[in-house]
Design a protein around this ligand. Structure first.
Ligand SMILES: Nc1ncnc2c1ncn2[C@@H]1O[C@H](COP(=O)(O)OP(=O)(O)O)[C@@H](O)[C@H]1O
Ligand SMILES: O=C(O)[C@H](O)[C@@H](O)[C@H](O)[C@H](O)COP(=O)(O)O
Length: 232
């Protein structure tokens, strides 16, 4: 469901059930996962699943939210109607269209933690570094000293994006938008990854099951790093 930007209310959040089976597509075999390695109850992670349209943000984020019993926030649900109309008309958003949306997603994640969520998974393309920086400001507004923002960037080729956006039914974002998404994209570079240490890059060219495994590895690493930092 799409909704215009509005303050957080319970119905806009998706509380995931306890960790259980992976979310599977009809094509993917259902394989029992190993139990989550660690869910670090003392740490409240905000996992932002990023990348251009069609890379698999919603698929991966739903899966992670279920696995770790985190709240799932679908970024597309928080666009103002004007943004949806633009994208549906094949007009790329610009910076001015995105700022309020990014701030809203940041605040929705913080509000979910304040309401008692263990952690939060948010989908947000966050195509440019300055957009990720807006979300990074969460720590300035956060009352919880154990909360932290992490980005899981889903890397995919143009061909993969085109195939996945093209294969998706009923979404306002059409494959004609992939070119503008890639033009705007600033992949997290070495400096951002090594200096800020809050980005994990996941290759999403494989099958849903392969991607699930890589996403779990990235999230488990985030949680392990937080635990070891806390004990230092
Ligand atoms: N690893 C994968 N392999 C094949 N298809 C995938 C994979 N991940 C997602 N998809 C499919 O690709 C389409 C786009 O995925 P979606 O999660 O909606 O991406 P995004 O949220 O980044 O736009 C959906 O139809 C989804 O089922
Ligand atoms: O699922 C998708 O296809 C994308 O998430 C898509 O809906 C769009 O990329 C973003 O919602 C915001 O737009 P920008 O990526 O242009 O900021």
């Amino acid at each position: 469901m799409l909704q215009t930007a509005e303050p957080l209310h319970q119905s806009s959040l998706h509380y995931a059930p306890s960790p259980s089976a992976p979310i599977s597509t009809s094509a993917a075999p259902v394989v029992k996962p190993n139990p989550p390695a660690m869910t670090t109850p003392d740490h409240h992670h905000i996992l932002i699943v990023t990348g251009p349209a069609g890379c698999g943000k919603s698929t991966v984020a739903k899966f992670l939210a279920e696995r770790y019993s985190y709240v799932y926030i679908e970024g597309d649900d928080f666009h103002p109607l004007s943004n949806i109309e633009k994208m549906a008309a094949n007009i790329p958003l610009d910076d001015a269209d995105r700022w309020d949306w990014l701030i809203l997603l940041r605040d929705q994640a913080l509000a979910a933690l304040k309401q008692g969520a263990n952690g939060v998974v948010v989908t947000c393309s966050a195509l440019k570094k300055k957009y990720r920086d807006v979300i990074r400001t969460a720590r300035l507004y956060d009352e919880d000293p154990n909360a932290s923002v992490h980005f899981i960037y889903l890397r995919a080729s143009r061909e993969v994006l085109l195939a996945r956006v093209g294969g998706r039914q009923g979404h306002y974002m059409k494959d004609t938008m992939v070119t503008s998404q890639l033009a705007a994209l600033e992949e997290p570079d070495k400096q951002e990854v090594e200096r800020l240490k809050d980005v994990k890059i996941v290759d999403v060219s494989g099958s849903p099951l392969e991607v699930e495994k890589l996403a779990i590895a990235a999230a488990d690493q985030i949680m392990a790093d937080s635990s070891s930092a806390a004990t230092r």
